[in-house]
Design a protein. Structure first.
Length: 349
């Protein structure tokens, strides 16, 4: 089940008795939880009808007792259990395997007996939910596993536009696209959430003061470009044989205090992905299969797919050879590491 479907069910008063909330987008996990709380729990009665437990040390008896108490002047009793940790796969030699297996079984059988007035929500932000586990399959039958994925495309753009409107600001489509590129929200590492983007929007809006229209310049003043973003920018400058632009971008990366070996690793990784993408395209592979073979997401694939058109096989192979030579120099000589990379970038151009 997706977040959008859950929100429709909440509005239509169609909640199941048990849910697992999981996925990368913590912002919408919290949003959905608050939506349920606001709809079903009268103000002033939260302590009686909304009970929350934290962590893997929560015992089955605590959950049982919370659910067995009738709601007071409320349609529903909401029981939230955060990071219980029993929904991911564990190896049999794991020291917690036997303890969790016992907890699984007792809870699984109890969930089948829940009354309609109870809604249990298990929130797993830190662990991946294994949908093949018996207890997860049970919950999927009597309730729902809700995947809170990162929002993309039109949904993301609409969300950004709506957030700026909270500050009485307008932002154009190109400027939204620019913010998405440099916010790191869709970057490969996947560490950013809408909370981070929300904070950046607040900072940009406050910086703009009385201005009604947010510009790219406003974004540049606030949003620090990620390593991934700068590596793409660096290779664009290299493809254009822009030595000054390439060195400028390299220095911007250095300002981020990234270790120089990591910067070189990212450059090598990028050239390898460009070559792989070029080969897959010419072999007739579609986007989905290419992404799977390359081990990257759609956002990164789109940028690499565009960028690989600027490089021939000869240039890519030569670039990889030069990068490996630079890597040897970093490891085997006392030469200044920053100078090694600067010389590499000039040669690549």
């Amino acid at each position: 089940m997706k977040c959008e479907e859950l929100i429709v069910d909440i509005k239509n008063n169609n909640l199941k008795t048990v849910y697992i909330f999981c996925g990368e987008e913590h912002y919408f996990i919290d949003y959905s939880l608050n939506l349920i709380k606001e709809k079903y729990i009268p103000q002033g009665l939260e302590s009686l009808n909304y009970i929350s437990f934290e962590g893997k040390d929560t015992e089955f008896n605590e959950i049982y007792n919370a659910c067995e108490t009738l709601p007071f002047m409320s349609e529903k009793k909401i029981v939230v259990v955060k990071d219980l940790g029993i929904f991911s796969r564990r190896k049999k030699d794991d020291e917690e395997y036997e303890i969790e297996s016992k907890k699984d079984e007792g809870l699984k059988e109890y969930l089948k007996t829940l009354e309609d007035y109870v809604v249990i929500i298990f929130i797993e932000k830190e662990r991946k939910v294994d949908k093949n586990k018996s207890i997860v399959k049970t919950i999927n039958k009597i309730g729902e596993v809700v995947d809170f994925e990162r929002i993309k495309g039109k949904d993301l753009y609409n969300w950004i536009e709506k957030e700026f409107r909270k500050y009485n600001k307008n932002i154009s489509y190109p400027s939204i696209n620019y913010l998405v590129q440099y916010s790191s929200y869709l970057s490969r590492d996947g560490n950013k959430t809408l909370y981070d983007l929300e904070n950046q929007i607040a900072q940009i809006s406050n910086f703009a003061r009385d201005k009604k229209e947010i510009s790219k310049d406003d974004i540049d003043k606030i949003v620090a470009k990620s390593l991934d973003t700068n590596i793409f920018k660096l290779l664009d400058s290299i493809a254009a044989k822009d030595v000054n632009g390439s060195l400028k971008t390299f220095n911007e990366i250095c300002i981020l205090n990234e270790p120089l070996p990591k910067i070189l690793f990212m450059i090598i990784r990028q050239f390898r992905l460009l070559r792989q993408c070029k080969t897959l395209k010419e072999s007739g592979f579609g986007q989905k299969e290419s992404m799977e073979r390359m081990g990257i997401g759609s956002y990164e694939f789109g940028k690499i797919s565009r960028q690989c058109k600027s490089f021939s096989y000869e240039k890519l192979d030569n670039a990889l050879e030069l990068c490996l030579e630079a890597d040897e120099k970093l490891k085997s000589t006392s030469m200044n590491s920053k100078l090694v990379l600067e010389m590499l970038i000039v040669t690549l151009c």
